[in-house]
Design a protein around this ligand. Structure first.
Ligand code: PBG
Length: 335
C-alpha cells in the first residue's frame, strides 16, 4: 500500500522518465527522431517569360523564379547543405494537352539543364511529372468531351514528359497525376529511351486535399468549370486504399513512394512505412506551409517552432524524406 500523499512512482525507482529530460544535452542524446538538412527536398517554381522573380501571395517567402534567379537560389541552397530540389514549371502558353511538359525547350527542361550544368551530380534534381501546370483547363490529364480525364491517353503524355525531363538532366522524375499505370508507363519509356538510371519517385498516395490551394496560385492553375480532382486523387476518408496504390506503384517499378499531404496523413505515412522497404517521402504541402506562416504573421504561434514540430512528426511517423517549403528557412537555422 502506498502511504497517503505519496505518488506510487516515488517507490518505483525504475520508472522515472523525467531523468532523461533533465538537460538539453541529455535530451539530444536520447532523441528518437532527428530532422536535418539531408531529410528535406526544396520545391521550387520556375516561370517562363518573366524577367524578375514574382512573389506568390498565398505562399509568403516563396517565389516564381526566372531561369537565372532559380540558378542563384539553388546555388545558395547547395551552400546551405540542401541535397535535393524538385521543380515545377509555369509555361508562357498553356494548351489542351499541356505540350510544354515534354517540349525540349519547355521551361522545366531548360531549367533542369541549367542546374545540371551548375551542379552535375552533387544536387539531386527532381522534376514533378504532371500536366496540370501546362494545360489550359488545369486538369492533370487529357480531358475527354464528356469532361472526364482519360487515363490511358494521359499515360502516353506522361511518358513523353518523363523522357524530356530525363534528357534535360533530371535524376528523379516524380509522377503526381494519380493516373492508374503511370509508373509503369514512365518506367518503360525511360528504359526504352536509354534512361534506365533515372529513378521514379511515385506520388503514390496523393489525396484530393483542400490544402493545395496556394500551390495552384503558384502555378496559375484554375480547374475549368470550378472542377476538382476527386475523380483521380484519393478520397481522404480512405487509408487502406493507400496501400493498394503503393503496391501497384512498386510492382510497376517505383524506386520511392510518397504520401501527400503530410500532417493530416500521419497514419497513412506510418502504414506505408510498415508495408514497404523503399524510401518513403511525404509532401508538407502549400496549405500546410501557409497556415503556419499566416498564424505566425498574426503573432498567434511561433512559426519556426511549429514548423520543426510538424516536420519532426512527419519523420517520426515514418517518412525518410520531406518535401517542404520550409527547407531553406530550416537549413539557414541549422547552418
Ligand atoms: C500536381 C501537383 C500538385 C501539387 C504538387 N503536384 C497540385 C494538385 O494536385 O492540385 C501540390 C503541392 C502543394 O500544394 O504544395 N502537379
Amino acid at each position: 500500500m502506498t502511504a497517503p500523499g505519496t505518488h506510487p512512482s516515488a517507490s518505483f525507482p525504475a520508472s522515472r522518465p523525467r531523468r532523461l529530460r533533465r538537460t538539453s544535452a541529455l535530451r539530444e542524446l536520447v532523441a528518437e527522431t532527428r530532422l536535418g538538412v539531408n531529410d528535406v527536398i526544396a520545391p521550387l517554381f520556375v516561370r517562363e517569360g518573366i524577367t524578375e522573380p514574382q512573389p506568390i501571395r498565398s505562399l509568403p517567402g516563396v517565389v516564381q523564379h526566372t531561369r537565372s534567379s532559380l540558378r542563384r537560389e539553388v546555388r545558395e541552397l547547395a551552400g546551405l547543405g540542401i541535397k535535393s530540389v524538385i521543380l515545377f514549371g509555369i509555361p508562357a502558353q498553356k494548351d489542351d494537352v499541356g505540350s510544354s511538359a515534354w517540349d525540349p525547350n519547355g521551361i522545366v527542361q531548360v531549367a533542369l539543364a541549367d542546374l545540371r550544368e551548375d551542379h552535375g551530380d552533387d544536387m539531386v534534381l527532381m522534376a514533378d511529372c504532371c500536366l496540370d501546370e501546362y494545360t489550359s483547363h488545369g486538369h492533370c490529364g487529357v480531358v475527354r468531351p464528356d469532361g472526364r480525364v482519360d487515363n490511358d491517353a494521359t499515360l502516353e503524355l506522361y511518358a513523353r514528359a518523363a523522357v524530356a525531363q530525363a534528357e534535360a538532366g533530371a535524376h528523379v522524375v516524380a509522377p503526381s497525376g494519380m493516373m492508374d499505370g503511370q509508373v509503369g508507363a514512365i518506367r518503360s519509356a525511360l528504359d526504352g529511351a536509354g534512361h534506365s538510371e533515372v529513378s521514379v519517385l511515385a506520388y503514390s498516395a496523393k489525396y484530393a486535399s483542400a490544402l493545395y490551394g496556394p500551390f495552384r496560385d503558384a502555378v496559375d492553375v484554375r480547374i475549368a468549370g470550378g472542377g476538382d480532382r476527386k475523380g483521380y486523387q484519393q478520397d481522404w476518408r480512405n487509408a487502406r486504399e493507400a496501400l493498394v496504390e503503393v503496391a501497384a506503384d512498386l510492382a510497376q517499378g517505383a524506386d520511392m513512394v510518397m504520401v501527400k499531404p503530410a500532417v493530416t496523413y500521419l497514419d497513412v505515412i506510418a502504414a506505408v512505412r510498415a508495408a514497404c522497404n523503399v524510401p518513403v517521402a511525404a509532401y508538407h504541402v502549400s496549405g500546410e506551409y501557409s497556415m503556419i506562416k499566416a498564424a505566425a504573421a498574426n503573432g498567434w504561434i511561433d512559426g519556426d517552432a511549429v514548423a520543426v514540430e510538424q516536420l519532426t512528426a512527419v519523420k517520426r511517423a515514418g517518412a525518410d524524406l520531406i518535401l517542404t517549403y520550409f527547407a531553406r528557412d530550416l537549413a539557414e537555422r541549422w547552418s
